[in-house]
Design a binder for this molecule. Structure first.
Ligand code: SF4
Length: 340
């Protein structure tokens, strides 16, 4: 469905998109970098309003969100388009997809209908995921407001590419976010993601962390963003902002246009150990050893939540406190099946 987009302005005979830091300046008929916003008759229009490319029910842990309603499942929706062009994209068929090929049309009230007809453990709300949700801005904005009014939760899984004003307009309806910090160097964002730099992403993390539950993901790519000094700077930055923000270091394996060998497990373990010195909750993704996906008490190291696959077992938590030392543990919402 084609609709007039939010956040743009006319600039002589061109149109300037104000939604994300790419700041596309577009002529009549031209699409933005995201591939889903185009100038038509002097207006910027969104080409993917309500058009769905992927719909599924996933464990919340798959987003990944480990400290947000643990054990629940969440209706997960995605479309096509992305504001970055990462050479290692794990979802390139969606990020580079064509909105004109999409058939499934959703409406915000239709999404409520889907939730109402779901089993109780799937009625948490919606995750906007699979592609970049900020390039679906108008639909995400309308749907998340309606869901919020009806008591459901909204989750974004995002690359963090959004300008301050649209982010602040959306955040009152958002309860949890996982934000990718793809590197801690501007050069990486320019060379491998066709972005502008990491500062835009860090601003999104800071603004979001003041408003809702935030977790971060850092995909560790050998030789490109695994330099110990760079990783340490990232860890220090998170620790200075809020050491209780959970951080997921994910292991790279070859994908799309990048054909480097998979990240060595030793690199992942080293990063895990360094990060745990400064951060309360650290996890490794895409590694076989499930110990790295367990939650430990940051005060006494007691095992709190044990994860296997996407299942969880409560081993040491009671009323969001460690049973052993009574330290408060950051958990947003109930653990499924328990009222806390
Ligand atoms: S959302 Fe970003 S990438 Fe898409 S048109 Fe606007 S500025 Fe360009």
């Amino acid at each position: 469905m084609i609709r007039e987009a939010r956040y743009y302005q006319r600039q002589d005979d061109k149109v300037s998109c104000l939604l994300c830091p790419q700041a596309c300046l577009l002529q009549e008929g031209q699409k933005g970098i995201c591939g889903v916003r185009r100038v038509e008759e002097g207006k910027l229009v969104t080409l993917n309003y309500g058009l769905c490319a992927a719909i599924s029910v996933d464990p919340i842990e798959k987003k990944p969100l480990y400290h947000f309603f643990p054990g629940w499942e969440i209706l997960s929706l995605g479309t096509v388009g992305c504001s970055l062009h990462c050479s290692f994209c794990q979802n390139w068929s969606l990020s580079r997809g064509d909105p004109q090929k999409l058939q499934e049309q959703l409406t915000p009230s239709g999404v409520i209908g889907l939730l109402e007809s779901s089993p109780p453990e799937q009625q948490l709300g919606v995750a906007y995921t699979y592609n970049e949700p900020f390039v679906w801005y108008e639909f995400v904005r309308d749907t998340s407001e309606l869901l919020s009014e009806n008591g459901y939760r909204n989750v974004l899984v995002t690359n963090g590419m959004v300008n301050r004003e649209p982010l602040e307009e959306l955040l009152p309806f958002i309860h949890g976010i996982n934000i990718d910090v793809k590197a801690f160097r501007d050069d990486f964002y320019r060379r491998y993601c066709k972005g502008k730099g990491v500062k835009d992403i860090l601003r999104t993390v800071e603004i979001s962390a003041a408003s809702c539950h935030v977790e971060l993901t850092y995909l560790v790519i050998p030789t490109l963003n695994d330099d110990p000094a760079e990783v340490q700077e990232f860890i220090d930055w998170v620790a200075a902002l809020d050491r209780d923000i959970p951080v997921h270091f994910s292991r790279y394996s070859p994908c799309y246009q990048l054909d480097l060998p998979a990240t060595p497990l030793e690199t992942m373990e080293k990063i895990y150990n360094i990060a745990r010195e400064k951060l309360s909750y650290v996890y490794l993704g895409n590694v076989m050893d499930t110990d790295f996906s367990n939650t430990f008490c940051p005060n006494c190291d007691n095992l709190l939540l044990k994860r296997a696959g996407f299942g969880i077992r409560n081993m040491g938590l009671e009323q969001k406190k460690c049973k052993k030392c009574a330290a408060g543990i950051r958990i947003y919402g109930d653990i499924y099946g328990e009222k806390t």
